[in-house]
Design a protein around this ligand. Structure first.
Ligand SMILES: *Cc1c(COP(=O)(O)O)cnc(C)c1O
Length: 494
């Protein structure tokens, strides 16, 4: 049975998966959602005997129903190959009573690689299927990790260009160096004088700008998105939750059908939404634990039913979660509002005009699978130090937020269910914050000396992604004001 996609804001009718991947964001500003969540049609036992690629196929075929078996398998084979530095693609590491699902073994050592290594292939296949001849221009706003992962995925892919906007002072030194050293004639990286929300709002505006669309359309360009609003990002992210369950089953850590908890360090709500979709496909999941940093707008929402972005924005040591407008939450809101675009529109209009919306008590019942928690900067650093001292295992700042929130949750509730913590970045990506958390004496060392020291204490080889940028020349040094973003795009596409 075919799955069709429509906008959370109700306009534009139903389209196929490949069309939704090409569009990225719906024309009315909404996000594409599947008309139903399909159920897994292979048993958990069978999944436990499968490789990552095989699980990927079993999950993705259910959502991308207009792709042929061959098309989808080709995309999967091209994505999940030796770009990943371990054969399991997403290994589980047991430490201190929980399983850390390491999602950072791809080209740019953050979990964004899990989806962005396949998105370019899905996009090119979608263009071919829909007879699109235009060059596809990927417009991306990044809080640090999406940018590099998208650049790595799309660089030199024929028929595409990619433009990345990042907050000039809002990413880690390693994140910035990774982006500004990106090769590929079809790539452009620009720092903006603003924060991530400004970058994301600026990009969304360009997607909705009819005049810009017409002007560039005449030159043979069309926009698409590599942000987590694209269902071509969301669907591949469901895979690793199913895979992690299958691995726990294979290793005898759980019984068939036993429910696990999943903890996700959250920013734009894409990763945890994928876990929610996995649960709705029939994966036995008890609680979905949503972990926030000091920008705890989601925690407050789960506590009160009020989503309120009118608050101070904090730059933290987990910059990929420094977000006050969690775009993918709209997909959950749409669902708990009974898949009603009118109600969703009302709430989103409140968010854009007043910066706040409130859901009803009835709607709040739809959130019962979720538990919200947060960790401040001190708690995050202490968690890194504690896990290292107790287990010799070094986690990054984002994972530490999740890890802390989980410990607090377990303490408070006594919940003993087997728990998977999404480990979203390698500690090598946030070396300074990680090493300072372990011992403040490290602050005196320079960035790459710290990398070597981390390798020593963690007994982990320095990842290629970091080796590569040690001496790489800066290629992109453009910085612009928020309102100049459309002209930056025009100039690049001249
Ligand atoms: C993007 C990112 C997150 C947040 O994921 P969302 O899907 O935006 O909620 C968390 N950790 C790291 C390292 C990231 O790159």
């Amino acid at each position: 049975m075919n799955i069709m996609y429509s906008s959370t804001r109700g306009h534009g009718g139903k389209i196929t998966a490949s069309q939704a991947i090409l569009k990225g964001l719906a024309e009315d500003g909404g996000l594409f959602v599947p008309d139903r969540i399909p159920e897994l049609d292979v048993s958990l036992g069978d999944l436990s005997k499968m490789s990552y690629r095989q699980v990927a196929y079993e999950v993705m075929k259910l959502f991308l129903t207009d792709f042929t078996k061959e098309e989808l398998k080709t995309c999967i084979d091209r994505a999940y190959d030796s770009k990943f530095d371990v054969p399991e693609i997403a290994p589980l590491k047991y430490a201190d009573g929980a399983y850390y699902l390491e999602l950072f073994h791809g080209a740019t050592i953050a979990f964004k690689d899990m989806a962005l290594s396949i998105l370019p292939h899905l996009m090119i296949t979608s263009a071919r299927k829909n007879d699109i001849k235009d060059e596809i221009v990927i417009l991306t706003a990044t809080s640090g990790d999406t940018g590099k992962a998208a650049l790595a995925g799309f660089a030199d892919v024929a028929g595409t260009r990619i433009i990345v906007f990042y907050p000039k002072n809002g990413v880690s030194p390693i994140q910035e160096k990774q982006m500004v050293t990106q090769k590929g004639a079809n790539t452009l990286v620009v720092g903006i004088k603003g924060n991530f929300d400004d970058a994301q709002t600026g990009v969304k505006k360009m997607f909705g700008d009819k005049e810009l669309e017409k002007e560039l359309g005449e030159k043979g360009f069309r926009f698409s998105s590599a942000n987590s609003i694209n269902i071509g990002r969301l669907v591949p992210q469901i895979v690793y939750y199913v895979y992690s369950y299958a691995q726990l089953l294979k290793d005898g850590k759980i019984k068939d059908g036993e429910a696990i908890n999943i903890v996700v360090p959250t920013g734009n709500f894409g990763n945890i939404l994928a876990a929610f979709y996995a649960k709705n496909m029939g994966l036995p999941v008890a609680k979905l634990i949503c972990a926030s940093n000091t920008n705890k707008v989601l925690y407050d929402f789960f506590e009160s039913g009020d989503y309120d972005r009118n608050r101070e924005f904090h730059l933290t040591s987990s910059p990929s979660m420094d977000i006050l407008i969690s775009s993918n939450l709209e997909r959950l809101i749409y669902r708990i509002a009974g898949n009603d675009p009118a109600r969703n529109n009302e709430l989103m209009a409140d968010l854009s005009s007043k910066g706040v919306y409130s859901i009803t008590d009835e709607e709040r019942k739809g959130l019962k699978d979720f538990y919200g928690g947060f960790a401040d900067e001190k708690e995050t650093a202490e968690e890194i130090a504690r896990v290292y001292k107790d287990c010799g295992y070094v986690i990054d700042t984002h994972t530490a937020v999740a890890s802390y929130v989980y410990r607090k949750y377990a303490e408070k509730t006594g919940d003993k269910a087997v728990t998977v913590i999404a480990s979203t970045a390698s500690p090598f990506k946030f070396t300074r914050s990680v090493m300072n958390a372990i011992d403040p004496k490290y602050d005196a060392m320079d960035d790459f000396a710290l990398v070597d020291e981390l390798s020593k204490i963690a007994k982990v080889k320095v990842p290629n992604a970091v080796e590569e940028i040690r001496s790489a020349p800066v290629i992109h040094d453009h910085v612009c004001e928020i309102n100049e973003m459309p002209n930056v795009v025009r100039n690049f596409l001249k």
